[in-house]
Design a protein around this ligand. Structure first.
Ligand code: HXC
Ligand code: NAP
Length: 267
């Protein structure tokens, strides 16, 4: 696939200061797109902007905003500010998320709500607030889901519920916004190595080995496994793909009964 086609595009990545989302931001910068990222911590945003600038070609713009996706007004302002500098948004990624490993009975109502607020309501806020700034026709939106969306997983009641909601939101928005030439798809990553998500689910070497062994392809994913799919979904080659929920997971969504008990630490 020709990644030069992304040159000069305007990309906004919510939750783009680390891990998988930063990997996607980096892939677009490397392809010559102008990229804005937003997350809560101004320090982490600044560090990520420096990292992205260090790989950017001359003329590529990288912007950073501090905003919490649970605050619709704040994320709306970040989108407005990015739009004021870059212009219409071609690519929008909603990837902010939170997770901890706990049984349902070990979750307070606020603990459950916090993850739903970040993952599901945050995705609604990002996409709803971005709509006015999207290129129409042509924008490509991506929700970052997780295999918990369709594999019921012990100690992940909040994430399973939230990500299932995210994938249904993807489908509904694809229906509602299709006639404006906006495409929306979900990427469903499996366990991706060297990320905060996997560190929380498999905090010991033994748990990491077990996770590795559970994946049918017998390896953890790489950041580029996910960013390659993001580049594809936003490419001309995917111009007839919308409302799709696409695993990039080494096949782990085919396997039930994962044991995450090693993640039950400190509570
Ligand atoms: C039980 C917990 C808990 C735990 C927090 N809570 N950790 N409950 N067990 N281990 C409860 C708190 O007690 C509180 O409820 C409520 O959750 C909110 O906690 P806060 O710390 O006040 O929330 P906040 O500061 O908003 O932080 C949100 C967070 C935090 C989700 C709790 O961990 C965070 O900011 N995470 C972002 C980074 C992250 O999680 N990255 C991984 C994404 S991976 P009470 O009732 O006490 O007020 C992912 C899927 C991965 O999403 C899939 C991999 C395969
Ligand atoms: P990560 O490094 O913790 O990334 C989460 C990002 O979201 C950070 O930039 C964080 O920055 C930001 N964020 C968190 N809460 C936010 C909020 N309320 N408002 C705005 N930004 C917020 O985690 P990751 O493991 O790479 O996961 C990234 C995405 O991939 C998530 O959607 C996750 O569910 C999904 N996923 C991950 C895996 C995996 O193996 N890691 C597997 C499946 C799915 P701040 O802290 O500065 O806000």
């Amino acid at each position: 696939m020709n990644n030069h086609q992304h040159q000069g595009k305007h990309v906004f990545v919510a939750g783009g200061s680390s891990g998988i989302n930063l990997g996607i931001a980096k892939a677009f910068v490397l392809a010559g797109a102008h990229v804005a990222i937003a997350s809560r911590s101004a320090d982490r945003v600044a560090a990520a902007v420096s990292e992205l600038m260090s790989v950017a070609s001359e003329g590529v713009r990288v912007l950073g905003f501090s905003a919490d996706v649970r605050d619709a007004e704040a994320i709306g302002k970040a989108l407005a500010d990015a739009h004021a500098v870059l212009g219409d948004i071609d690519v929008l990624v909603s990837g902010a998320a939170g997770n901890f490993v706990a049984p349902a009975l070990g979750m307070s109502p606020n603990g459950f709500a916090t993850v739903v607020d970040i993952d599901l309501k945050g995705t609604f806020n990002v996409m709803r607030q971005a709509h006015v700034y999207l290129r129409k026709p042509g924008a490509s939106l991506i929700s970052i889901s997780a295999s918990q969306s369709y594999t019921p997983t012990k100690y992940q009641a909040h994430v399973c519920a939230a990500k299932a909601g995210v994938d249904m939101l993807t489908r509904v928005l694809a229906l509602e916004w299709g006639e404006q030439g906006i495409r929306i798809n979900s990427i469903v990553p499996g366990p991706i190595g060297d990320t905060e998500g996997i560190r929380r689910l498999a905090p010991t070497p033994e748990a990491m080995q077990r996770m590795n062994d559970t994946v049918p392809l017998k390896r953890l994913g790489k950041l580029t496994d996910v960013s390659d799919m993001a580049l594809f979904l936003c490419s001309a080659q995917a111009s007839y793909v919308t409302g799709a929920v696409i695993p990039v997971d080494g096949g782990i969504s085919l396997v039930g009964g994962r044991d995450l008990s090693a993640g039950l630490v400190g509570r």
